[in-house]
Design a protein around this ligand. Structure first.
Ligand code: SF4
Ligand code: SF4
Ligand code: SF4
Length: 252
């Protein structure tokens, strides 16, 4: 594999890299708080990423997007927006409900030519133990608006988490819950990689709450199933609550 920092840089790569250095000076101070990078991204990601798009091309689920011009100096760097398309961790779910890896390594890290995204073995044990600094982020769950915690319903996040029973458990460990029969989802921050699948499937969304008032909002069957509960929990907690009920935040 060619070393991008070596003397045989192509003219295009050189211009990209020198451009990146200049742009780094313009970075917003809080960029780390707002941008979710693909799994395996290293701490000095911006110094290494040459914005070649190889990770984006390699992703079989189109989970990776380029930041657009509104991101200023971060333009054309890859990111993940779980509410639009989560990271599937290069897994495919079969008719038996089991996930299977589609490649030996996560494809984005395998394709990255500079080490901005490290190669990670596509194995659930490995993925659940990825070092903190290489995670996409970590999910946090708000019990006040979670339909499982409030109505003994839902559980979509738990069933869809690719690291189910590691990152997302059906009960919090070491917590006694009286009278509960159904799932009470709990995110284990030590094992959650921040793929965002739970964010993507969580039905506690603003448009569902607004669907009665706004006629143009049409709900899918899945959304209709939870609509009444969603309106109740959002109405109770207030308009400024952060949605959905489980969402990825930046790694520390
Ligand atoms: S791990 Fe796989 S699905 Fe996730 S962003 Fe990378 S290539 Fe895409
Ligand atoms: S972000 Fe959600 S779905 Fe992904 S590993 Fe963490 S808990 Fe599981
Ligand atoms: S998907 Fe959302 S509402 Fe449903 S159990 Fe998970 S966090 Fe709660």
């Amino acid at each position: 594999m060619r070393n991008p920092w070596s003397a045989d840089l192509t003219r295009r790569a050189f211009l990209r890299q020198t451009g990146v250095c200049g742009l780094l000076a313009l970075l917003p101070l809080n960029w780390r708080e707002t941008v979710l990078r693909p799994p395996g991204s290293v701490r000095d990601f911006l110094a290494r990423c040459i914005r070649c798009g190889k990770c984006l091309e390699a992703c079989p689920y189109d989970s990776i997007r380029f930041l657009d011009i509104t991101a200023g100096a971060l333009i054309h760097t890859p990111h993940i927006d779980p509410l639009r398309t989560p990271c599937y961790l290069c897994q495919q779910r079969g008719p038996d409900g089991k996930d299977r890896p589609i490649s030996r390594y996560l494809r984005c890290g395998e394709a990255c030519p500079t080490g901005a995204i490290r190669r990670i073995v596509n194995d659930k044990e490995v993925l659940a133990a990825v070092p903190e600094e290489m995670k996409i982020g970590v999910s946090v769950l708000d019990r006040r608006i979670c339909l499982a915690w409030q109505y003994d319903s839902c559980g979509e996040c738990y069933y869809n988490c690719p690291l189910k029973d590691k990152a997302l458990r059906d009960r919090p460990p070491r917590e006694v819950i009286t009278g509960a029969t159904g799932i009470r989802p709990y995110v284990d921050p030590g094992h959650c990689i921040g793929c965002g699948m739970c964010n993507y499937v969580c039905p506690v969304r603003r448009h569902i709450a607004e669907s009665v008032m706004k006629r143009e909002v049409r709900l899918s069957r899945f959304e209709q199933r939870y609509a009444a509960m969603v309106r109740n929990v959002i109405g109770r907690v207030g308009e400024d609550v952060k949605l959905p009920a489980v969402r990825v935040i930046m790694r520390p």
